[in-house]
Design a protein around this ligand. Structure first.
Ligand SMILES: [Zn+2]
Length: 318
């Protein structure tokens, strides 16, 4: 009998639900919606539950895997908090989902699930150890070690984004300074480029033309586009991000010695030169005896959703 697995991904701005059958690698159904402006946890939950019910259209899932865009206490499935949406603090998400669908539920954070998803279905297939890193508006990470997710003592392992690469660097949301997230995430790339262009108002660059002289319109994608057109100032804003990321990867390589680093998220679509800079920086930070490779994620935005499927398969013994 086909066992259906419902996968739910609560993102910062959009929510996605997918329906898969155990052992299959394609969606039987997939739906996505943007989180309404001013949403809180209860609104998002109600929207997600109805999206899940619509996908199931009366069928009973064997289990539900849930990705959440923030820290979750894994053993209880209780959300610690969301940086994006109010009202999530201490929500017993695992119990709520299990009750709503009448099926066992498993809840983990999106980066851990990205790691599990890439390991089972994507760029980590056949690898025993990897660190999955996502670089977008923030920087997250998740470990697979000995073929299993590694969550750490407080379910806080893989907080790669808050490893420090510059102790004298700018303050970070976590209370630290010079974290890799603060130096390498998309908003920082945009901010760096904006500051440099503001400081040289007469300088005509590809980036300035690209945003039609509206510096507020600069985002990391525009910086990458301008860099690809030979804009050296834009490239330097991107390269500073790549160097910080590579340095943190080199540190992680020395500490844990995984086979592979799998990088996803919007910022990692910044071109071959960006990837070369990450690899060079990581290589120079790691010891010569420590070997690894750094590759793009295969599953794109669906990595946490596939990770939710993989989590169910792991936890229910397939
Ligand atoms: Zn930090």
């Amino acid at each position: 009998m086909t066992e259906l697995i419902l996968a739910l991904d609560f993102g910062g701005t959009k929510h996605t639900a997918g329906l898969a059958a155990r052992g299959e690698h394609t969606w039987r159904g997939r739906r996505q919606m943007f989180s309404p402006p001013g949403a809180d946890a209860d609104l998002d939950l109600a929207a997600m539950l109805s999206m899940g019910q619509a996908l199931l259209s009366g069928q009973q899932p064997a289990a539900v895997g849930v990705s959440f865009g923030g820290p979750v206490e894994y053993s209880t499935g209780v959300v610690r908090l969301s940086h994006h949406v109010p009202g999530w603090e201490n929500k017993p998400l695992r119990r709520i989902i299990a009750d709503a669908f009448g099926a066992p539920a498993f809840v983990d954070n999106d980066a851990n699930l990205g790691a599990i998803g890439e390991h089972r279905f994507g760029a980590g297939q056949g690898y025993d150890s990897l660190l999955y890193i996502t670089v977008s508006t923030g920087v997250g990470g998740g470990w697979v070690l000995n073929g299993r997710p590694w969550r750490g003592h407080d379910s806080m392992a893989g907080e790669f984004g808050h490893t420090v690469v510059d102790p004298n660097g700018p303050p970070c949301v976590c209370g630290g300074r010079g974290c890799v997230e603060r130096l390498a995430a998309g908003p920082m790339i945009a901010r760096r480029a904006r500051e440099w262009l503001s400081a040289e108002p007469e300088r005509d660059t590809a980036l300035r033309r690209l945003v039609k002289h509206d510096l507020a319109a600069i985002d990391a994608q525009a910086v990458a586009q301008a860099a690809a057109r030979g804009d050296e100032m834009a490239w330097e804003a991107l390269a500073a991000s790549a160097r910080a990321l590579g340095q943190a990867i080199g540190n992680a390589a020395n500490l844990v010695n995984p086979q592979r680093f799998v990088l996803g998220g919007g910022v990692t679509k910044s071109g071959a030169r960006y990837w070369d800079a990450i690899r060079a920086s990581a290589r120079s930070a790691a010891m010569p005896e420590v070997h690894f490779d750094i590759v793009p994620a295969h599953l794109g935005d669906d990595a946490p959703l596939w990770g939710a499927v993989a989590l169910v398969e792991i936890e229910t013994g397939a």
